[in-house]
Design a protein around this ligand. Structure first.
Ligand SMILES: Nc1nc2c(ncn2[C@@H]2O[C@H](COP(=O)(O)OP(=O)(O)OP(=O)(O)O)[C@@H](O)[C@H]2O)c(=O)[nH]1
Ligand SMILES: [Mg+2]
Length: 261
């Protein structure tokens, strides 16, 4: 079994990508289970095979403990830990090749708190995993916003300690020109830094943006892959990139049921 964990800020397109990627894999003959780990989701664009909401929902926690929406989400994510073994058992009983995991909307609650890491580690223990971090294309056309998102991507990867792919979600909203500009920034840290400095007009002028950007881009191995769940742009490339991380690109390794490591 291989875990693909979809991460990203609220509204970045995690749930739609969970659907698009898992549908694509199924269409290509793979055995995929979809796990919803968002206890606050009221509606999902897919039907999960395994659903945390069968164990706990934020609305229930809100009522029971008299909490507001954020407090309830924090508490429900903390409480998921009690059910991780059951969730893992449900997944293992169907032993799919891949498990695509949709995560809670407020990523800071999941990716930057002790319980999030604990849940991911316990859920995936012994199996290979990769996370896919979504940078919303609506933000990526502004160099300084893209830079902030790259920080966020790096910090979630450092916190969860999972190999991570950083992708541009909702790429269908970008024009060819936007895509070219973003590609140039990624390939050329000096051009990226120049644009950031221009936008920030001297704010934090003491920062050496070129070195900073070089450092941030180093773990984003090749490029910021443009992907769309609506037009399916880049889903095949995303799958190939996932494969490269999980199995060095050898399909046969991930298309057969895996041994526990
Ligand atoms: N144009 C476009 N819109 C998209 C795409 N993917 C998602 N969206 C839209 O973006 C919004 C948020 O998508 P979701 O998949 O629910 O995002 P999310 O990260 O799961 O959101 P939360 O779980 O609420 O944080 C929805 O209105 C989708 O219709 C895409 O590839 N292209
Ligand atoms: Mg969602």
């Amino acid at each position: 079994m291989y875990f693909v964990i979809i991460l990203g800020p609220a509204g970045s397109g995690k749930s739609y990508l969970t659907k698009a990627l898992s549908d694509w894999m199924k269409d290509h003959g793979m055995d995929v289970a979809v796990l919803n780990l968002d206890p606050a989701a009221e509606w999902l664009p897919y039907t999960p095979d395994v659903d945390v909401r069968n164990y706990i929902t934020s609305s229930e926690v809100m009522r029971k403990f008299n909490l507001g929406p954020n407090g309830a989400l924090i508490a429900s994510v903390d409480l998921i830990i009690n059910y991780v073994d059951d969730i893992r058992g449900e997944i293992e009983s169907t032993s799919p090749n891949y498990v695509v995991v949709d995560t809670p909307g407020q990523m800071e609650i999941f990716a930057f708190r002790a319980s999030g890491k604990l849940i991911v580690d316990r859920l995936t223990k012994g199996y290979r995993r990769v996370s896919v971090f979504l940078v919303d294309s609506y933000l990526a056309t502004r160099a300084s916003a893209l830079l902030s998102m790259l920080f966020l991507s790096l910090s979630s990867s450092l916190y969860l300690q999972i190999p991570q792919l950083t992708i541009l979600s909702k790429a269908d909203v970008l024009s060819e020109k936007d895509l070219e500009r973003i590609k140039e920034w990624i390939e050329n840290p000096s051009a990226f830094a120049y644009e950031v400095s221009k936008e920030l007009r001297g704010f934090m002028g003491a920062i050496d943006y070129v070195s900073l950007i070089e450092g941030l881009l180093a773990p984003i191995s090749s490029e910021l892959l443009p992907v769309s769940s609506v037009s399916e742009i880049g889903i095949d490339s995303l799958y190939a990139a996932i494969q490269r991380i999980l199995a060095g690109g050898e399909d046969f390794l991930t298309e057969e049921p895996s041994e526990v490591l």
